[in-house]
Ligand binder design. Structure first.
Ligand code: SF4
Ligand code: SF4
Length: 93
């Protein structure tokens, strides 16, 4: 699943929530166990969450690629990622 560390520091930098591909319906669905909840616990052992898809694998909700803003994200830059749309394709495309 790539080498992005599942850390709160990285999760705070993830900008997926601002992305057009992350639909309103998927945001609502992701609220329980969402980013706000995750920031309260140790996420290094968490299997999946609806965010930071470059670390946690593809989304269980987002299916349509409506543009990806990963390139503007610090996690993307700091980890030398070179793909996009980690939410729709495992390990990005
Ligand atoms: S690179 Fe993309 S998926 Fe990964 S943390 Fe940044 S915005 Fe989220
Ligand atoms: S991985 Fe890219 S396309 Fe998917 S929600 Fe995050 S920024 Fe948007």
């Amino acid at each position: 699943m790539g080498n992005v560390t599942k850390s709160k520091e990285n999760l705070k930098k993830c900008i997926c929530i601002k992305c057009p591909s992350y639909t309103f319906a998927c945001k609502v669905k992701a609220i329980p166990g969402g980013i706000a909840d995750m920031l309260k616990r140790d996420i290094s052992e968490v299997e999946h969450m609806e965010g930071m898809f470059c670390a946690f694998g593809q989304s269980k909700c987002i299916t349509d690629d409506k543009g990806c803003i990963c390139g503007d994200c610090d996690v993307y830059k700091e980890n030398n990622l070179d793909k996009f749309s980690y939410c729709t394709v495992l390990n990005g495309k």
